[in-house]
Ligand binder design. Structure first.
Ligand code: FES
Length: 156
């Protein structure tokens, strides 16, 4: 269900109130909003900026610096592929290119059917089993093209 700007403003206002007086509140606020919606709605940015006496660009800059914050709702399933060094050394770039090709999307995009969102992640602590992936929060190791295809088939 899509929420109206008024509903978003009300909920974001509650979240801002809950963080009133906190030191360095921006990240906790963004996390709370993403927890509430699954992403950070664009309508929330000017509200946050005004309350924290920041520019909208400053809020957006922080959001885009941290890869965990989404600007749009995720698909039904979230496939994260590790982009860090150990995985790259084991062929993560090839697997990522295969994933983008197969799904027809780039990083941070969702397939047209709304099923799969593809996101980069930086080290899942599974370096010994690189390349690693996170499928709906579950870690998977030794992800080659064939295993990736199986993962995609498995969630569709
Ligand atoms: S570098 Fe990919 S899991 Fe550590």
């Amino acid at each position: 269900m899509t929420q109206t700007s008024t509903e978003i403003a009300a909920r974001v206002g509650e979240i801002l109130n809950a963080h009133e007086g906190m030191e360095g509140p921006l990240l906790p606020i963004l996390h709370a909003i993403q927890h509430a919606y699954g992403y950070v709605p664009r309508d929330a940015l000017p509200i946050i900026a005004k309350r924290l006496n920041l520019t909208r660009a400053e809020v957006h800059g922080v959001m885009s610096f941290y890869h965990d914050f989404r600007e749009d709702p995720a698909g039904k399933h979230v496939l994260k592929l590790c982009r860090a060094e150990a995985c790259q050394a084991m062929g993560a770039d090839r697997v990522a290119a295969h994933a983008q090709n197969r799904l027809g999307i780039e990083w941070h995009q969702t397939t047209n059917d709304g099923q799969i969102t593809l996101e980069p992640v930086f080290c899942l602590g599974l370096c010994a089993c690189a390349p690693a992936a996170l499928v709906d929060g579950k870690v998977v190791g030794r992800v080659d093209e064939a295993r990736l295809d199986a993962i995609i088939e498995g969630v569709r």
